[in-house]
Design a protein around this ligand. Structure first.
Ligand code: 1GP
Length: 248
């Protein structure tokens, strides 16, 4: 896929279907062969793109990304935990700023360090307001970023954060309960944010069944992300159910 059109592609996905389905592959959780095999199954199941990344990375990202690119034609969008999680073997990057937090390093510090490498690697940056919501347990992103999530019963706090992201020119908002969250972002939170902004909303963290994904879409999520449940089950049937349900 041409590197310059991933954001347009995501909008096209939304024009054609009720919502889009993204599968997160965390390179920390699977080796090169397992990642490639998973990516092929994800594509066959009908997902719209792959997210690649995680909060902490101790493996070499380059060969993993290169093999995903070789094995699938799905767009590969980096979802980095910090400025070290970059590779030229991807199409785009969610250029996130952790706007729910007040840690300057994750608001702008890592972004500055990453910028020259994004340019050098020819990655398309997709400016994304990343909003961490309490998911009922402490998650890796909360710990690694040293930020406090927005309480899950306070949509009135999340709404202005999302609107600020839009006013700052960000193209997407990501409502994140954190990988392995006990509880996904609530429907009330999603619908409140959806009522306040026009840019697409990604929702992820703790979504374990297609039924829950459908609830999130009905509440206003434009893209659903699943990570753990697909990596741990490896079930093609489940991936397909997620894709079919989210697409409506
Ligand atoms: C994490 O939103 C993603 O950033 C996916 O979360 O692994 O809980 O599906 P899960």
């Amino acid at each position: 896929m041409a590197k310059s059109c991933i954001l347009n592609y995501l909008h096209e996905v939304l024009n054609k279907q009720k919502a889009g389905y993204l599968v997160l592959i965390d390179p920390e959780e699977c080796d090169l062969e397992a990642c490639a095999k998973l990516a092929c199954e994800v594509e066959r199941a009908g997902a719209d793109a792959l997210l690649l990344g995680g909060s902490l990375l101790t493996r070499d990202l380059h060969p993993i990304a290169a093999s995903l690119k070789e094995q699938t034609s799905l767009p590969i969008i980096l979802f980095p935990g910090d400025s070290m999680h970059l590779t030229p073997h991807a199409d785009a990057i969610l250029y996130t700023s952790l706007i729910s937090g007040r840690n300057p390093n994750y608001l702008i510090g890592e972004q500055v360090k990453a910028a020259p490498w994004i340019q050098r690697y020819g990655l398309q940056p997709i400016p994304t307001g990343y909003i961490l919501i309490d998911g009922g347990n402490r998650t890796a992103v909360e710990f690694m970023s040293g930020t406090v999530p927005i309480p899950r019963d306070k949509p009135d706090i999340a709404g202005p954060h999302a609107l600020a992201a839009q006013y700052l020119g960000m193209q997407l908002v990501y409502l994140e309960a954190g990988s392995g969250a006990k509880l996904p972002v609530s429907n009330a939170m999603i619908s409140t944010v959806n009522a306040q902004i026009d840019i697409p909303i990604i929702v992820g963290g703790g979504i374990r069944t297609p039924e829950i994904a459908a609830e999130k879409v009905n509440a206003g999520a434009d893209f659903i992300v699943t990570g753990n449940i697909i990596e741990s089950s490896g079930s093609f049937e489940l991936m397909k159910q997620f894709a079919d349900t989210v697409h409506g």
